[in-house]
Design a protein. Sequence first.
Length: 288
Amino acid sequence: MLSFTGNPLDRASAARPGEAWIAARRAAGHFLPFWQMKPLLTSQGRTAFLPWRAEWEGRTTIFLGLDSETPFFAVDLGKDEPAPELEGEFRDMRAAAFVLPKRETAIAGQAKALLDWHERHGFCPNCGHATEVKDGGYRRVCPQCCAEHFPRTDPVVIMLPIFGDECLVGRNVRFVNGLFSAFAGFVEPGESMEEAVRRELKEETALQVGVVRYHKSQPWPFPSSLMLGCYAEALSKDFTIDGGEIVEARWVTKDAARRWLKDEVLDEMRVPAVIAIAHYLIRDWVRG
């Protein structure tokens, strides 16, 4: 199962607009603290859900959902002040995804994505007035112009070009330690998923692509994306990297990719991390 998927919580969307219902859930809630957008983890590598504390009053708090009627919330404890003195450790979300159980990774990812959105949308983009949190954190309302604002998810295509028994992987200028991965880019307005795949590959590698096949998706809370994993059938092996965003690309055979996944490094290429959908695009292609 992909990291950040398999969230077990019932988000209770029909009940969330009731402020009294949210208040009642808060009274019995379990709260996951975040500081600098890092979740609090126990020494055993689990999410540290805590009872409500009076000093958290006024902090951004969001309802995550119910698990067997137990309500779960997240609370943002800021980023500029010193770390709160709580038992446990505030861990970067990427690092946390390597140690948390899958279901807890999904819950923490949901919390981070929502808290990130609230941190950046405290003021109305329509009139500039401060907005208010509603529906347990799934809506903000402007009391000045009555505009409503909802948490957003940005679709991103991530694709592995295939030509016969080979796949093309690339190294982004931001990647370190020899990391090679699938290609990716945001879906632009007025664009289908397939069109975005073809455009991104043309821009980054000048690769001509035919059939685009959707494989699977993954929530990616950095800050709030939905990764749409695809395979793209290349019409030839000819490519030219853009030299700006992509600084190197290589065709890799299935046999070499099997060794790459097993050893994690192949000809100084480091394989994508197991928490990323790019890893599974390569793995599932090799197994197919």
